[in-house]
Design a protein around this ligand. Structure first.
Ligand SMILES: N[C@@H](CCC(=O)N[C@@H](CS)C(=O)NCC(=O)O)C(=O)O
Length: 241
């Protein structure tokens, strides 16, 4: 029986899991959970994950949340090529280091720009003050600098000569602010060259397919009836206002 992957490609961690499964020919049935329609709060999805966030995985009776846990589960269950999660102690440590760091850094910093520039104006009906955007951009730039100087350094990829889970998890997060119209690669030749290598390793077609929704988000979000996204308001007030 195929594994069920619950996801919405608007979401960065969903894209990493989706790309990983497709790239490695892992048999999965994709079940879309539309975040904009609030389907993460449905009774049906609650049976898959009480965390109520995507991605989530169901493998028979076994349900798993959290993208990193899912990626590692898939890598181990399907014995994907070593380079994704190298057996070499220090290479694996580099992957683990990046995966541990990203949660509280680039993940939030890239995501925040998307919320401030695309979702909050739509849902709250107001533009976000420039000083909030400037502060968010400063944080994002700090994270991008660390990715270049600390994690990529002079290597082709984060763990060495080949793509790993670290690069995959990094690229999907870095693309989130790009979806709000911000060219994060401008003036960053090292990051751009790394992005090109990651895209080539994933395959352009799969990369583009996974990123189509987020890269079209500025237009598609305009068409959504904002009153249908009221359920996001408490979260916005708590996290951003
Ligand atoms: N740490 C989790 C984060 C998952 C997450 O934050 N998912 C977001 C989309 S990017 C979500 O489902 N949000 C729904 C909500 O907050 O209502 C992971 O890596 O899987």
């Amino acid at each position: 029986m195929a594994l069920e992957l619950y996801l919405d490609l608007f979401s960065q961690p969903c894209r990493s899991v989706y790309i990983f499964a497709k790239k490695n020919n892992i048999p999965v049935e994709v079940k879309k959970v539309s975040l904009m329609d609030g389907e993460q709060f449905s009774e049906e999805f609650g049976k898959i994950s009480l965390i109520r966030k995507v991605p989530a995985l169901r493998d028979g009776d076994f349900c798993l949340a959290e993208s990193i846990a899912i990626l590692l589960y898939l890598a181990q269950k399907f014995k994907t090529p070593d380079f994704w999660y190298p057996a070499d102690l220090q290479q694996r440590a580099c992957v683990n280091e990046y995966l541990s760091w990203q949660h509280s850094a680039i993940r939030w910093h890239g995501s925040r720009i998307f919320w401030l520039q695309v979702l909050i104006p739509k849902i709250m009906g107001v533009d976000v003050p420039q000083d909030k955007l400037d502060a968010a951009l400063e944080d994002l730039n700090g994270s991008l600098e660390l990715i270049e100087e600390k994690f990529i350094q002079d290597r082709p990829f984060i763990a060495g000569d080949q793509i790993s889970l670290a690069d995959l998890v990094a690229i999907v997060e870095i693309m989130q602010p790009v979806g709000s119209g911000l060219d994060v690669f401008e003036g960053r030749p090292k990051l751009s060259a790394w992005r090109d290598r990651v895209q080539a390793a994933i395959g352009q077609e799969l990369f583009d397919e996974a990123h189509k929704p987020i890269l079209g988000a500025q237009e598609s979000v305009k068409l959504i009836d904002g009153s249908k996204m009221e359920f996001f308001k408490p979260k916005i007030l708590k996290l951003f206002m």
